[in-house]
Design a protein around this ligand. Structure first.
Ligand code: MLT
Length: 259
């Protein structure tokens, strides 16, 4: 888990990582946004520094794990939950099941739609791959989709970093997270009930959860704002951190200023 120490009166920004990565994907945000607010970037059980824990087979159980983290903080204060992709599925579960814990919601490169039959079959195929060939085979297969074309052409260090983050996760954690994502609920019926201020972010080159899916979130959540990150794919926070940090920072200021 990455976190900083800052005045307890500042808002708390909780950054939930995507699959098959860990808290390290948020380093550009923790470094920059930590001057403005308290930032916590936990690992889901089984990932990153939490490999001593078993990954739950459900997105709701991952959300409950985040609630436990909030319960462990002395004075969480105003809380902004920011989830990217799988982290966004968890953030949606939190917004649906624990709305009183959230003052602001950021949904980055994620979607409300559940897996369709093809998506579920692909999760099963990936489970077979991780069992047979391990985590490196999974991340190698995902890289071209996770990272936008511009980043692939101009930022080889980002491609390397993502490859290395994906390769270091335990195979059992990858398998359980694939089951959790495959079986996750359809979040579309929840959207109209989300009342907290919401920011939807999407990379303009995201092919996993493209603009159309971000627009569906914006249409479904009353008053949601949309920010499109240029020259970024599915990992928009890593591919264009300056723009990503700017839009998150403005949202944090809005939530801070709200009575
Ligand atoms: C992620 O980035 O967390 C995954 O691509 C999400 C997914 O596979 O549905």
């Amino acid at each position: 888990m990455l976190s900083n120490q800052i005045d307890e009166a500042d808002p708390l920004l909780v950054l939930l990582h995507g699959f098959p990565l860990d808290h390290e994907m948020w380093r550009p945000q923790v470094v920059k946004l930590a001057v403005q607010c308290r930032v916590v970037a936990p690992d889901f059980p089984g990932f990153g520094s939490a490999t001593n824990l078993a990954t739950p087979n459900s997105i709701d159980a991952m959300a409950d794990f985040v609630v436990e983290i909030l319960n462990g903080l002395a004075n969480p204060g105003k809380t902004i939950i920011c989830g990217l992709s799988m982290g966004g599925y968890v953030a949606l579960s939190l917004a649906h099941r624990h709305p009183s814990r959230i003052d602001g919601l950021i949904l980055a490169d994620t979607r409300a739609e559940p897996d369709d039959d093809t998506g579920k079959a692909n999760r099963d195929r990936m489970i077979a791959v991780v069992r047979k060939d391990g985590p490196s085979a999974i991340i190698d297969q995902m890289l071209a989709k996770l990272i936008g074309t511009t980043t692939q052409q101009t930022q080889p260090h980002v491609v390397k970093q993502v490859q290395s983050l994906g390769s270091r996760q335990p195979p059992q954690s990858i398998e359980s997270a694939l089951i959790a994502m495959r079986d996750r609920s359809d979040a579309r019926p929840w959207l109209a009930k989300i009342k907290m201020p919401t920011l939807v972010i999407v990379g303009d080159e995201d092919v996993v959860t493209p603009l159309e899916m971000a627009n569906n979130l914006v249409k479904g959540i009353n008053g949601a704002q949309l920010e499109v990150i240029p020259r970024a794919g599915h990992l928009s926070n890593l591919e264009n951190p300056a723009t990503f940090n700017g839009v998150v920072s403005r949202f944090v200021s809005q939530i801070s200023a709200k009575k």
